[in-house]
Structure formats: structure tokens, C-alpha cells
Design a binder for this molecule. Structure first.
Ligand code: ZN
Length: 322
């Protein structure tokens, strides 16, 4: 087992509560705001500058964020792979659940290629990238999701006008998308794989329900899934079903969203079209304007499984949005 502490910067200090503090490798930190805490069966890391978090528990696979941190600490890739193998040998209950999901995936033929093809000069978003940081905060993205920014070619000067959202599946990096902050061109550049659904890694094992939406920011702000368009491909439907949860589609309140409702009916999934104020057209708008809890409550209140009632509600809403 690698001794992660031996890879930390030499300049570090230990707090009475067990945190080891050092200059955070995830951002340009010079004030020892990176904290690592060793536990009985692993460790957790928190950056008090850029809010990046990562953790490792013996018995589970080494996730995307833990790999990222170990890489930043210059742990060789070979060491990380060995750690992963050794960890899986100590299967814990979480490890067994991970493994069960992998069997379900194999049976359903769900697999994505690991891809580390970020554009050049990409680094983690921090409060120092003022405009990008504000954009992400304003859209209610959880602080610990590793959003990236791309620096100009010299890697030092101002950042480019977009944020990059890593796509993971089972904590492995499988793609990304760039969201433009301004300009008249396309809003998104998508590097995704066929059948991919964003947000499976945001789901918690104990959650009974899963919410399916169109947009990535909808999924991020509420812990749901994003289809990234207004329909559900057969491969996406298989992946969503493989999670073994109660599925509810929450369409955008626009004409395209109404097409998603038809597909949800076809798949036999529940649909929720809450009676939000007219200026709210999707889940991200709702979280921004009425808060996360109220959004979740309105979604579950309006959840409908009866086909006729879904059609009726769709007709009402279609009139309002046309
Ligand atoms: Zn940091």
C-alpha cells in the first residue's frame, strides 16, 4: 500500500484534529490550504482554497478525483494502479456494491472507454478565476465538483471564455464538455460517447429515486442525470434502468421538453411537470430562483405515473410555453 503522506510536500504541519496541511497541489495555493486526513481505512482530502475534494477507502476502486490528486502529488501511475488492485482485494460492502453494478453493466453491455483527452492547459477552477467561478456559483453547481478552466496558450495569462465539465462513469473519466460563457456561437462543445448519461456518479446508493433531465447544469444542481438532448436513446434508457431506481423525467418547460415527455410515456417512466412560475423553464432555473429543497418538493409533488394524467398535464403546459 502506498504511503500517501510520504508524497506530500515537505513543508507541512499537523493540526490537533488530525489534518495535515500543505500547499494545495490542485490550485495555485501558497498558504497551506490543502488538508489531508488519514482514517483507519483510507484518507480524505479537502482544499480550503478551491474546494476540491477527494477520498480513498480501502475496499473501493480509486476514483477519478483520488487519481487526480495522487497524480498532482506525483505518485506514478503504476503505483496508483497497484493501489487500486490491492484495494479491490479488500472488498468492503461498498466495494461489493461497486462490483454488483459492474456485473449489471456487463449484462446490459454498458461500457465507456476511458478518455483523458482534455484540451491543453486545463486546470481546476478556483475562486481566483473570478468570472468563471462566479458563473459556476451562480448556477448552483456543488463546490466539490471538479470544474476545469482552460488557460491561454502560454498557460499563465487569462483563461479562455468557457468552463469544462468532466464526464465520469464509475469514477472514470470518459469525456467532457465545454460551456461557453458568452458569444454568439454554439453554447456547448460536447466530447461524449454514444449512450452516455451524465450524472450517474452523483447518485447515492441509498437514494430510491433518480431524476432525469435534459441539461448538465440541471443534473449538477440537484444530483440528477442529464441526457444532453431532448430524447432518450435506447442505450441511455438501458443505462438509466441499470441503476435500479424509480425513474422520473423532469422535462424543460418548452416545446422541445414536450417531445421528451412523449418518449418518457413510451418508456413507461414517471414524469414531473411542476407548476413553476412562468420565468422558470428548467430545473436549474428553479434551483437558482426558489432553492434546491423547494425544487425537489415541487418535483415530487407533481410526479405522475398515470399515462392519461401525464398527457393532460402536457397539454396544459404546452399551451403555456407555446
Ligand atoms: Zn485547491
Amino acid at each position: 500500500m502506498i504511503d500517501v503522506v510520504s508524497y506530500l510536500p515537505a513543508k507541512r504541519k499537523q493540526t490537533p484534529s488530525g489534518w495535515i496541511n500543505f500547499n494545495a497541489p490542485c490550485c495555485q495555493d501558497k498558504r497551506q490550504r490543502g488538508g489531508l486526513k488519514i482514517s483507519e481505512n483510507g484518507w480524505s482530502y479537502h482544499c480550503f482554497n478551491c474546494q476540491f475534494t477527494a477520498s480513498f477507502i480501502l475496499g473501493r476502486t480509486v476514483g477519478f478525483k483520488a487519481r487526480k490528486l495522487l497524480g498532482l502529488l506525483n505518485v506514478p501511475n503504476r503505483e496508483i494502479d497497484l493501489l487500486n488492485l490491492e484495494s479491490i482485494r479488500h472488498r468492503s460492502i461498498e466495494g461489493i456494491l461497486d462490483e454488483r453494478q459492474q456485473v449489471v453493466n456487463a449484462l446490459n453491455d454498458i461500457k465507456f472507454e476511458e478518455k483523458d483527452d482534455f484540451p491543453p492547459h486545463v486546470e481546476l477552477l478556483t475562486p481566483e478565476h473570478t468570472a468563471h467561478w462566479k458563473y459556476i456559483c451562480d448556477r448552483c453547481v456543488p463546490e466539490d465538483y471538479p470544474i476545469m478552466v482552460q488557460m491561454q496558450n502560454d498557460g499563465v495569462h487569462w483563461t479562455r471564455d468557457h468552463v469544462i465539465i468532466p464526464f465520469t462513469y464509475n469514477d472514470t473519466l470518459v469525456g467532457w464538455c465545454a460551456r461557453m460563457l458568452s458569444g454568439s456561437g454554439p453554447k456547448y462543445i460536447n466530447h461524449s460517447q454514444p449512450g452516455y448519461v451524465f450524472g450517474t456518479d452523483l447518485q447515492k446508493y441509498e437514494w430510491q429515486h433518480v431524476l432525469v433531465m435534459e441539461g448538465i447544469f440541471d443534473a449538477l444542481c440537484i444530483g440528477g442525470l442529464a441526457l444532453m438532448h431532448n430524447t432518450v436513446s435506447d442505450a441511455q434508457a438501458r443505462l438509466i434502468r441499470s441503476l435500479g431506481k424509480e425513474i422520473t423525467v423532469v422535462p424543460d418547460h418548452d416545446a422541445a421538453g414536450m417531445e421528451l415527455v412523449d418518449r418518457a410515456i413510451e418508456l413507461g417512466w414517471a414524469v414531473s411537470m411542476p407548476a413553476w412560475p412562468a420565468d422558470i423553464k428548467d430545473v436549474n432555473d428553479a434551483v437558482i430562483k426558489i432553492g434546491k429543497l423547494a425544487t425537489i418538493l415541487t418535483i415530487f409533488h407533481a410526479r405522475e405515473t398515470n399515462r392519461l394524467k401525464i398527457e393532460l398535464r402536457k397539454k396544459q403546459l404546452a399551451k403555456l410555453v407555446s
